[in-house]
Design a protein around this ligand. Structure first.
Ligand code: ASP
Length: 334
């Protein structure tokens, strides 16, 4: 095995070690989960929240929500903005490749009826979130992967393109000089985009899209396309979406956990903090390494929350007709 590959595998592993049905279809936004915690203020609906400083995506999602009334259309439209942006090097076209130079994409989508679709390890397609939606709407499956996902996309009219931009290729070639696997926390400030939208009737959808960790092993799939890990929506309760080191989110099923915390009566903010605390408690290695994981969440009343392991996380919110970005949030880790 070439030295580069062996080194990278070791570095990667050490970095990880240290480093149904229609029942959710209620249109009553009046209570959260089974606790009936608070009455919704109708002015809080509709709303869109997304990870990171993603104003263009959230604006597009909010406009779409206003035009179509559909939270599902909104999250897809918002995700597509980032997927098409070559300057966002962690999502879609222009995403940084894996260690072998391939851009491989993960995305998923989930709606208020509890339907879900996902693609993993998809290459050569600019809008994986739309392929995920097609999987959800036209197949009996939830996840299509790799060549099968590509074949499905091509059969459904998606265009095959080269996703590796000259900028991403140059960054990869530079990385090859050292081959050090060490994701730089918060640096890109534009990591995986996860969006949650709630319509005026309190129906929630979510989407998540990413090119995954830069210079990952070929074939690696993160949390972002995995329902319950990178994204989860239960229309009776709320939704959550994650970003950061996907392996930690996968091992704790972070988004599902947040929705379940909200079902038990926690606010979205308390639920996000508790899920981050769970990661810190279960994986004390995060105390020694600069590892970031962040979540955003929304509940049935339109209340929102966000939390991350380390300071510096951001989210963008469109609510009550206003776009705001919360910058440089404090970390949960003490
Ligand atoms: N969660 C993504 C992954 O692990 C990465 C990210 O959010 O930047 O693939």
């Amino acid at each position: 095995m070439p030295t580069r590959r062996r080194f990278f595998t070791q570095a990667f592993i050490s970095s990880l070690v240290i480093g149904g049905g229609l029942s959710g279809c209620s249109t009553d936004p009046g209570s959260v989960g089974n606790k009936g915690r608070k009455k919704a203020d109708p002015a809080d609906l509709p709303a869109v929240i997304a990870t990171w400083k993603t104003e263009a995506a959230v604006t597009k999602a909010a406009e779409t929500l206003q035009q179509t009334g559909s939270a599902l259309d909104a999250v897809e439209a918002g995700a597509r903005v980032e997927e098409a942006d070559p300057k966002n090097m962690t999502v879609g076209y222009g995403g940084l490749p894996d260690r072998d130079g391939f851009v491989t994409l993960d995305a998923c989508i989930m709606d208020h009826q509890g339907r879900a679709g996902s693609v993993t390890f998809l290459q050569d397609i600019k809008h994986p979130v739309s392929v995920a939606r097609k999987v959800m709407e036209t197949t009996p499956h939830v996840i299509l992967s790799g060549d099968g996902a590509l074949q499905f996309a091509l059969e459904n009219g998606f265009e095959r393109i080269n996703l590796l931009t000259p900028e991403a290729e140059a960054a990869w070639k530079k990385w090859l000089e050292t081959e050090q696997y060490k994701p730089v926390v918060n640096i890109e400030r534009h990591d995986t985009i996860g969006l949650l939208a709630i319509d005026k009737n309190g129906n929630i959808s979510g989407a998540c899209t990413t090119s995954g960790m830069a210079y990952k092993m070929h074939g690696r799939v993160g949390d972002s396309p995995i329902i319950g890990a990178g994204l989860f929506v239960d229309n009776e309760v709320g939704g959550a979406v994650g970003t950061g080191l996907g392996e930690l989110v996968l091992k704790t099923l972070g988004s599902f956990l947040i929705v379940e915390f909200m079902r038990q009566g926690k606010s979205p903010q308390e639920a996000c903090e508790a899920a981050i605390q769970r990661i810190i408690d279960k994986y004390p290695e995060v105390r020694k390494e600069e590892i970031q994981v962040g979540f955003v969440a929304i509940d049935k009343t339109g209340a929102t929350g966000a939390a991350a392991i380390l300071p510096g996380f951001q989210y963008t919110l469109h609510q009550r007709g206003k776009l705001t970005t919360a910058d440089n949030l404090p970390g949960v880790m003490k």
